[in-house]
Design a protein around this ligand. Structure first.
Ligand code: HEC
Length: 327
């Protein structure tokens, strides 16, 4: 009960989200040289990032008091847009109508069996698709900057899982909704164990980050220190070398992507050179995928798909300079 009180109290700390009123009409932006199928593919194809098992995400309740009947689900149509994600209709690529940038994928379960498991992840389009909304009108800018607050999203997922762990009725509702199984002792124990592992890993990372004040600048909507966070994840967390963790206090706006293939240097600070014979472009893809928490065995086969969304851009009379950037 004490834990629940702390969790509920910290919902307040997470800050109130702005309300969201869906626009009456969505107009996709001027010719991007994409077909609808290509666009949906970019919006919903996995880059390998694994947030959590899909069914458990779909069943997760929002981190707010749930007495007596339960809080609304995380995936309610009006909730994720309040975190800056752009609504997207159901389609073959997006069976449950999750916002742009959410992907459903299959991965081998990590519990020693060979079973696969559907997982949900964020993909490039979550941060690299923009939409301007004004007086009921929306203009979609594919490849443009997103307004998402990915940090708040992560925080709220963590809080929702924490509250699920510490509230028996919430946990029972979650088991039932996520597995279709009643709250049997086996189903309960299995989920509890995995939830514990996830919460422990989250708490360890968060504790270290707080002690070292790694993320001391609030990023908020539309900004992220992607290089700092990605570098910390790859060089500190993945390699288990905490001494490599650096302060990441330089959030930037999500950049537009359509000019990237013409660059000699990538990222705002030009940290990544793109030159004819350099291996860097591929490394950039690889680094990007690692930095957004792909799981390693799934990492290599996926490199190639990233090339394609930008091909039409390159083909529009580009000189070929920087051609390798996304290959
Ligand atoms: C969680 C948000 C997020 C996701 C997901 C994401 N990016 Fe980015 N991306 C950023 C941010 C923020 C930057 C700017 C980083 C900087 O320069 O400091 C960036 C930079 C870039 C750049 C460099 C652009 C430039 O102007 O130098 C490219 C290219 C890029 N991203 C491609 C991708 C691709 C391809 C994917 C998917 C495989 C992807 N990004 C996924 C947030 C994201």
């Amino acid at each position: 009960m004490v834990a629940l009180t702390i969790a509920v109290a910290s919902v307040g700390c997470a800050g109130r989200l702005p309300d969201y009123k869906p626009p009456e009409a969505v107009r996709e932006v001027a010719e991007q040289n994409w077909t609808t199928a290509q666009r949906q593919w970019f919006h919903h194809t996995s880059q390998g990032t694994k947030i959590m098992p899909y069914a458990r995400f779909m069943a997760l309740e929002q981190p707010q008091p749930s007495w007596p009947d339960g809080a609304p689900r995380f995936i309610e149509a009006d909730y994720l847009p309040r975190l800056g994600f752009i609504p997207s209709p159901p389609s073959a690529a997006n069976p449950d109508g999750l916002p742009i940038g959410f992907a459903k994928d299959e991965f081998g379960a990590n519990d020693g069996t060979t079973e696969t498991e559907a997982v949900v992840g964020l993909t490039c389009a979550a941060c690299h698709t923009g939409q301007i909304e004004y007086r009921g009108r929306a203009i979609r800018i594919d490849g443009g900057p997103s307004m998402a607050d990915t940090g708040a999203f992560q925080e709220r997922i963590g809080l929702a899982l924490y509250m699920t762990y510490h509230s028996d009725p919430r946990f029972a509702r979650w088991v039932l909704a996520a597995t279709g199984e009643a709250d049997t002792s086996e189903a309960r124990e299995r989920l509890r164990r995995r939830l514990e592992l996830a919460l422990d890993a989250g708490a360890t990372g968060r504790g270290l980050a707080e002690r070292r004040r790694l993320y001391r600048v609030a990023e908020g909507f539309g900004r992220l220190d992607a290089l700092g966070r990605g570098g910390n994840f790859v060089f500190g967390t993945l390699t288990q070398t905490p001494s490599n963790l650096a302060v990441a206090d330089g959030p930037v706006s999500y950049p537009a992507l359509w000019d990237a293939p013409w660059f000699d240097w990538m990222q705002y600070n030009g940290a990544i050179p793109i030159s004819g014979t350099s291996k860097f472009p591929k490394d950039l893809n690889g680094m990007e995928i690692l930095a957004v928490r792909d799981v390693l065995p799934a990492f290599l086969p996926r490199i190639t798909w990233i090339r394609s969304p930008f091909t039409p851009v390159r083909d529009r009379g580009g000189s070929g300079r920087g051609r390798g950037a996304l290959e």
